[in-house]
Design a protein. Structure first.
Length: 343
């Protein structure tokens, strides 16, 4: 059941991303923002990097049933099944670092099938393969957590900013209470009770990550509700839900988009930290945090086996988090009315 919910969350997140991108590309009022983003080389590179990770994550989520196997394999595993498993560390780094030399028969086979861009780990598993599989887990956690935190933060932020009075006081009290709870302790307690599945990790992080979004949306709602278009909507007799979701929400969406990009990068880092300290994803689940745990042991060897750490940190976490932050900053400059008016 939980696996089905994770698949549904992934599909909903992918569909929401496609709809948002289509709306951004087709909206005539955003032409200047699109032109500004397209004119920056680093923004284009960041966009292509994020799209590449999204593509890998999507391929990793497509399951292909096989009669010979009990569990289904992902399309990513099938597409990389030509990469052979070695006995242990292999080229291009093992022979230079560890002094391990391949047998002549293995060397001949290595010329055809044993292509390992980042080498292999102690079990002979290709490091780049693990990095690509970890991308799928990172994106599931990012979008799954966003599906919990973002709607909750947006809804409570709009209600608090619009209503004022006792409801606003109640929501602000709730925000202050949640913000005062150390998120790491809450996540540890939550996962010890419910387990360390991806669904529960998304839920645990999402329940502690909506406060920042709610505060942003509340402040923007307070500003927007005094503008002329809201006054005109009230004068025409529109209902409050229609005003909020048909008129107010589209005018605060730039904050949601900006916050989403930065939120996803923080979730990826949070997952790596949680898994590194032993309370993240379950054992056997491909993730960059699990690779960091393995690399800790490898770096303590003599000589140090450094390519597992390099693969997880510099080919997995760093490019995606950096690209998301670049996109977030660029979207803020392009969509924030205050930044636009100052140019």
């Amino acid at each position: 059941m939980i696996t089905i919910l994770i698949d549904i969350a992934w599909i909903l997140a992918a569909a929401a991303g496609i709809v948002a991108l289509r709306s951004f590309l087709r909206n005539p009022s955003l032409k200047d923002a699109r032109d500004m983003l397209a004119s920056r080389l680093r923004v284009r590179i960041a966009f292509y990097v994020v799209c590449a990770y999204l593509g890998v994550g999507l391929i990793g989520q497509i399951k292909v049933p096989e009669k010979e196997r009990i569990a289904d394999r992902s399309l990513l595993d099938l597409s990389l099944q030509w990469i052979q498993k070695e006995r242990t560390y292999s080229a291009p780094f093992a022979s230079e670092v560890t002094g391990i030399r391949m047998l002549e028969a293995d060397r001949e086979l290595n010329r055809v099938k044993g292509i390992h861009i980042l080498g292999t780990d102690i079990n002979g598993v290709d490091v780049m393969h693990n990095v690509l599989r970890g991308a799928s887990t990172a994106l599931i956690l990012s979008f799954g957590t966003a599906l919990v935190a973002m709607p909750l933060g947006v809804l409570l932020g709009i209600l608090a900013g619009w209503s004022g009075g006792k409801l606003d006081d109640l929501i602000q009290w709730l925000m202050s209470t949640v913000a005062s709870i150390p998120w790491l302790l809450f996540v540890i307690a939550f996962l010890m009770v419910f387990g360390r599945g991806l669904f529960w990790i998304c839920l645990a992080i999402g329940l502690t990550s909506w406060v920042g979004t709610a505060r942003l949306i509340r402040g923007e709602t307070l500003k927007q509700k005094s503008l002329d278009y809201i006054t005109a909507a009230r004068a025409t007799g529109l209902s409050v839900p229609r005003i909020l979701f048909r008129h107010l929400l589209p005018n605060v969406r730039y904050l949601i988009i900006i916050d989403l990009t930065l939120f996803c990068s923080s979730v990826i880092l949070a997952e790596s930290i949680l898994t590194f300290i032993g309370i993240g994803v379950e054992q056997g689940t491909a993730s960059w945090g699990a690779m960091l745990i393995e690399s800790e042991k490898e770096l303590m060897r003599s000589p140090a086996i450094w390519w597992v750490f390099a693969g997880s940190a510099f080919c997995g976490i760093l490019p995606l988090v950096l690209s998301l932050n670049v996109l977030g900053d660029a979207l803020r400059d392009a969509l924030d009315p205050r930044a636009v008016s100052s140019r």
